[in-house]
Design a protein around this ligand. Structure first.
Ligand SMILES: Cc1cc2nc3c(=O)[nH]c(=O)nc-3n(C[C@H](O)[C@H](O)[C@H](O)COP(=O)(O)OP(=O)(O)OC[C@H]3O[C@@H](n4cnc5c(N)ncnc54)[C@H](O)[C@@H]3O)c2cc1C
Ligand code: FES
Length: 255
């Protein structure tokens, strides 16, 4: 993990709601693994005071990208960055998805809700020779669906503006996947309510499921104790999401 001042090389809109911001950093590009995140100081002023965490969306050569939508003060400022403006980035932070759990006979279900899609183009790039990926995207409407860099995509939206009308759990339970689900592993990221439902489904099918958790963070590197979370059971009852996560097996998570 390093702390670097980097220059914004591109800011583009992927959809009416979703921005992609890129910067150049040879070191961060080299160190990063899929699932890890960056803790970004959005501006030089005190507002917003705390850094904001963003999953690493993709790495292409030395170019590192994140995606976001505007939800509050920090993302509002980020959406107005100019090419060449400085960003103070700490990363890569946290753990990566557990690729050692995948073998070539298993199907990998990537299941994302809204901007929870953010870590998965990097996951897909990392697994480029892996054939058995199914990607399930769910969102409020088509403005939150980002398909770039993903494989074998099925989509559900709450308003039916693209894909099936419904949610990702409806997709997962659909006929299309019935015959392959028992020999699968799930990587998921999105709202906790959605991940909880996916986790319950995985439990009922007795298949492993790993979720990338979201919570408010401050330091992002295990110092402030601001992101501690109680586990369901086990010897270590509390963990720091920024340090021991953000990716955990769902059987450990107290949703
Ligand atoms: C490990 C990790 C990776 C993340 N990756 C991404 C990403 O790739 N793209 C992305 O857009 N967002 C991501 N997030 C969420 C992102 O960090 C927050 O959306 C961001 O901090 C909001 O900052 P803000 O100043 O704009 O909003 P704030 O002013 O801080 O908050 C505005 C509103 O959003 C709510 N909010 C803030 N943070 C979260 C959160 N984490 N979950 C749910 N609600 C929240 C607040 O309660 C408030 O209502 C990630 C979070 C974590 C922990
Ligand atoms: S955010 Fe500071 S310890 Fe996790």
């Amino acid at each position: 993990m390093i702390n670097a001042i980097v220059k914004c090389t591109k800011l583009q809109k992927l959809t009416p709601e979703v921005y992609k911001l890129s910067f150049k950093s040879k070191k961060i590009a080299k160190l990063s693994k899929p699932g890890q995140f960056l803790n970004i100081k959005i501006s030089d002023s005190f507002l917003p005071f705390l850094r904001r965490p963003f999953s690493i969306y993709d790495i292409n050569g030395d170019i590192v990208s994140i995606i976001f939508n505007v939800v509050g003060e920090g993302t509002k400022v980020l959406a107005k960055k100019n090419i060449g403006s400085n960003l103070d980035v700490i990363g890569p932070c946290g753990n990566s998805f557990p690729f050692e759990k995948i073998d070539n006979n298993k199907n990998l279900f990537i299941i994302a809700g809204g901007l929870g899609v953010a870590p998965f183009p990097f996951v897909t790039r990392y697994l480029q020779n892996y054939k058995k990926i199914e990607t399930l995207l769910g969102a409020r409407n088509k403005s939150f669906i980002v398909k770039n860099g993903l494989k074998n995509i099925s989509v559900a939206t709450e308003d039916g503006s693209i894909g099936k009308k419904g949610n990702v759990l409806d997709l997962l339970k659909s006929k299309k996947f019935k015959s392959i689900i028992s020999n699968s592993i799930i990587f998921t990221c999105g709202p906790h309510k959605m991940m909880h439902a996916i986790a319950e489904f995985a439990k009922s099918k007795n298949i492993p499921c790993f979720a990338s958790l979201e919570c408010d963070m401050a330091c992002g590197i295990g110092l402030c104790q601001g992101c501690n979370m109680e586990l369901k059971n086990g010897s270590t009852k509390y963990i720091l999401v920024c340090k021991n996560g953000p990716i955990l097996e769902t059987s450990q998570i107290k949703f």
